[in-house]
Design a protein around this ligand. Structure first.
Ligand code: NAP
Length: 199
């Protein structure tokens, strides 16, 4: 399979690249990789796909949304959350439809705060639910036997260590990477993979 991984240099993305080691992997990132892209900019996404040509799987392991108290979040926080993490991933699919082979898959990333809100996660929860809803609805009408799923990671163990957070409930990046592999190589469509399995 020819697999495009956006966010390939990241904590999750680098584990995904390893999990897909038996495949042809094209690494994409904001400032690194075989090809660079800014998911906030649809023209940049189109340029990326022009460079990669048609692929068999698009994996998005990127997306920024802002964690913050509702009384303190501002217009820029809302803009970034909507246009980067949610709009960016929606555009990866929308524009990517012209660059996938029959039977291809898209796998996007949300996060467990979508379904398990925490204090100050309002924007992250909102865009996570948006991404999951987008995938469930898009799955009903993707052309050419293509599929779309979402991986919803809990706190990644390596990130917990990096940011000095409690390890309880964290999951190794390699385990989450295997969920992306399941999505791309299996038959699931319109589903979300979290710590409790596919839903
Ligand atoms: N880590 C966690 O504990 C955790 C938990 C739940 C959900 N998530 C979600 O999982 C996703 C990946 O998280 P992560 O921790 O692996 O991220 P990360 O380590 O910060 O890596 C981010 C990756 O995204 C790329 N990137 C940044 N801005 C971009 C842009 N505008 N356009 C295209 N690519 C861009 C970076 O590229 P360059 O390096 O080239 O700049 C890098 O490859 C995010 O959506 C995050 O919210 C993470």
């Amino acid at each position: 399979m020819k697999v495009l991984v956006i966010g390939a240099s990241g904590t999750i993305g680098s584990a995904i690249v390893e999990a897909f080691s038996g495949h042809e992997v094209i690494k994409a990132g904001y400032s690194s990789g075989d090809v660079t892209v800014n998911i906030e900019d649809p023209k940049s996404i189109e340029d990326m796909y022009r460079k990669t040509g048609k692929v068999d799987a698009v994996i998005s392991a990127t997306g920024k949304a802002i964690f913050g108290e509702i009384t303190k979040i501002g217009e820029e926080d809302v803009r970034i959350s909507l246009l980067n993490k949610m709009g960016g991933q929606i555009n990866l699919v929308r524009i990517g439809l012209d660059y996938i082979n029959d039977g291809s898959s898209f796998t996007l990333t949300s996060g467990d705060l979508s379904q398990k809100p925490a204090k100050d996660s309002a924007l992250i929860t909102a865009v996570g639910i948006g991404i999951e809803g987008f995938a469930r609805a898009t799955a009903l009408s993707l052309p050419g036997n293509s599929r779309i799923n979402v991986v919803s990671p809990s706190l990644i163990r390596e990130s917990a260590i990096k940011f000095n957070l409690p390890l309880k409930g964290s999951v190794p990046a390699a385990e989450v990477a295997s969920w992306f592999l399941e999505s791309a190589t299996g038959e699931k469509n319109g589903m979300v993979r979290g710590i409790d399995g596919w839903e």
